[in-house]
Design a protein around this ligand. Structure first.
Ligand SMILES: [Zn+2]
Length: 114
């Protein structure tokens, strides 16, 4: 059975951006910051909010967001690379966790950008 929900873990994993501060301001790059505040994803968030607003109000609890608006959420997470790119441009060291080719093992890779 393919539901797509098996991917939730890997989507959430994309939020683990281990750089201390957002390149656009001084906020910590927490999941909440990325989801609710980050200016880098402003347009993508507008799209996410528009999708959610058809059935729910915003801001929405993260669990409900994932459960009830999986597609919109998945789309949003695909844009997280924009933040990673910005971090790279700003010379931030990023610890990125990459899913390995097979199974659920994760490979830890440290990227130096200096
Ligand atoms: Zn930000």
């Amino acid at each position: 059975m393919v539901t797509g929900h098996g991917n939730i873990k890997s989507y959430l994993h994309r939020f683990k951006i281990d750089a201390p501060n957002c390149p656009r301001g001084n906020d910590n790059q927490t999941t909440e910051h990325i989801l609710l505040e980050c200016a880098i994803l402003h347009e993508d968030r507008e799209r996410l909010i528009a999708g959610v607003a058809e059935e729910d109000s915003w801001p929405i609890n993260k669990d409900n967001l994932i459960k009830r608006h999986y597609k919109a959420f998945a789309k949003f997470t695909q844009q997280l690379d924009k933040i990673k790119e910005m971090n790279t441009q700003h010379g931030t060291n990023i610890q990125e966790y990459l899913p390995s080719q097979q199974g659920d093992r994760r490979t830890k890779r440290k990227i130096k950008t200096e």
